[in-house]
Design a protein around this ligand. Structure first.
Ligand code: ZN
Length: 246
């Protein structure tokens, strides 16, 4: 897959990378633009910043969907600028010395005015990480969902979807809040943009994993039986089932 921009709504662009099948975003207003995630290190951030500059000369604001390296560690290439993320995301980036100080907080919900267009930033609850944030563009009906949903070539989640910072038990509720935006187009952190059905598919799979985990932990099901019954591939299911109960 070549790296390229795709315009998925009027002035709403997605840039996809072969590496990790990462998707990052750009929303154009009349006065400024919003950059959604910044890639994985200084070099990647610089590449993405230059790519944004080929599209627009507007000043940029950044939102980070969460603190994982592939989405957040390229931030330095965009600074100084207004940068938004959940406080837990900033805490982690400061702790890891990825930024000198926290940026602007999205503790619950923030509305940005890009000039002639607004964007809603929202924290739908603890899920993939403690500090996931989504960005919704109402006039284009596009939702940038970060890694709350994924759409990898073989399905949805990958084994990497379930990290030590994931709270599996609360993820379905976060997706219910995400679904309430009723976005026509959902951009996952990894994989191709999709319709609203992706959110429901991911939620149903997470609920199935939670059921299987409870059955295994109570001894009613062997781990092998759980793998056989899972809607997800074995490696993905194992990653979810071997997480400590949360
Ligand atoms: Zn992630």
């Amino acid at each position: 897959m070549d790296t390229r921009w795709a315009e998925i709504g009027d002035g709403v662009l997605v840039r996809r990378y072969a590496e990790l099948d990462l998707s990052v975003g750009l929303v154009l207003g009349d006065e400024r633009c919003l950059v959604v995630d910044v890639r994985g290190d200084a070099e990647q951030g610089a590449e993405f910043a230059a790519a944004v500059r080929e599209v627009t000369r507007l000043p940029w604001t950044v939102v980070l969907t969460h603190d994982h390296f592939d989405h957040a560690y390229g931030l330095g290439a965009f600074l100084p600028c207004d940068a938004w993320a959940h406080p837990a995301c900033w805490d982690e980036l400061v702790r890891l010395d990825k930024v000198a100080e926290p940026g602007l907080p999205v503790a619950d919900r923030v509305e940005l005015d890009l000039g002639g267009r607004r964007v809603v930033l929202a924290h739908p609850g603890v899920a993939h990480t403690a500090g996931d944030v989504v960005a919704y563009v109402p006039d284009a009906d596009v939702m940038f969902a970060g890694d709350l949903v994924e759409h990898v070539p073989d399905g949805t989640f990958s084994a990497e979807s379930f990290g030590t910072d994931t709270v599996l038990s609360r993820w379905p509720a976060a997706l219910r809040r995400l679904a309430a935006f009723d976005a026509a187009t959902v951009v996952p952190g990894h994989g191709a943009p999709a319709g609203p059905e992706l959110v429901e598919t991911c939620r149903a799979q997470l609920l199935a994993l939670l059921d299987l985990r409870a059955e295994v932990q109570s001894g009613r099901l062997t781990p092998d039986d759980a793998l056989a019954r899972s809607p997800l591939p074995a490696d993905v299911t194992s990653a979810a089932l071997t997480k400590p109960a949360d």
